[in-house]
Ligand binder design. Sequence first.
Ligand SMILES: NC(=O)c1ccc[n+]([C@@H]2O[C@H](COP(=O)([O-])OP(=O)(O)OC[C@H]3O[C@@H](n4cnc5c(N)ncnc54)[C@H](OP(=O)(O)O)[C@@H]3O)[C@@H](O)[C@H]2O)c1
Length: 276
Amino acid sequence: MILVAGGSGRLGTLVVRRLARDGHDVRVLTRDPARAQHLSDVAEVVVGDVRDPSTLPGALHGVTTVVSAVHGFDGPGGVTPASVDRDGNARLIDAAAAAGADVVLVSIVGAAADSPMELFRAKYAAEQHLRASTAPWTIVRATAFVELWADILAKPMVFGRGDNPINFVSVHDVAAVVARAAVDTGLRGQTLDVGGPNNLTFTQLVAELQSLRGDTRTVRHIPRAMLRVMSPLSRKAATALAMDTTDLRFDPTASPNAVVDLPLTDARTALEASVR
Ligand SMILES: NC(=O)c1ccc[n+]([C@@H]2O[C@H](COP(=O)([O-])OP(=O)(O)OC[C@H]3O[C@@H](n4cnc5c(N)ncnc54)[C@H](OP(=O)(O)O)[C@@H]3O)[C@@H](O)[C@H]2O)c1
């Protein structure tokens, strides 16, 4: 049995469907079964919250591998990167270790203790907790999901100057790697970096989206100065500012991954599929 925490989300849903399609027994951990309703034909659904360790042992009954695709950047329930990505993942990893299960942790390319982004620091802390745990582990670090950003920038809107190259990856490619990591025990002890073939600025990404949608509206910019003012009060503004000013490029062909046949969907193909 494979437990997917975050199985109700954008990435998790694809991972659950892939694993079920390949004949694996899958259980989804969610705080609200209604959010996993779309998976009830292929997976068991169990209620739990990674912030509440008392909910985890029952969810782990009979589980051999735990996939963590949770995040607390935003969403319902008053979540934060500290409470979900750092501490919640630590609770989940401890529960998995106690149950004798392997752990596949979904993290972020660029996760580091000194990152300007709170989420990246929290992911790094979770990675370190996992590396120090007794659970056999694989970490899958991904760059920005192009399908998520297609939704965020749809207005059309650009954060800051929009001239900073960022690596975007298709969430379908990330799901393929996470699902493989869940079942391939030869990948234990590995950190797999997954990025797409394109480094695009927000301006380029919005232009691609507009051309695919036949959208001729003027693109609105949220000025960098406004993001700076909002940053102390808004996690989203602070992240948008960091994405406009931090080096977020990635060369997927240069990463020494143990998985040699990583899928590499280009951003336009992924966008075409997401706007269809
Ligand atoms: N989006 C990106 O660009 C990006 C880039 C790199 C890495 N990642 C990572 O990829 C993973 C999936 O991201 P996504 O964008 O697909 O996420 P998403 O669609 O926003 O889904 C978030 C998931 O987290 C779960 N969750 C949140 N708080 C929880 C809690 N306290 N206890 C249990 N579950 C909780 C939610 O489950 P319920 O609401 O059902 O409880 C939901 O399934 C995350 O680890 C994220 O950090 C994302």
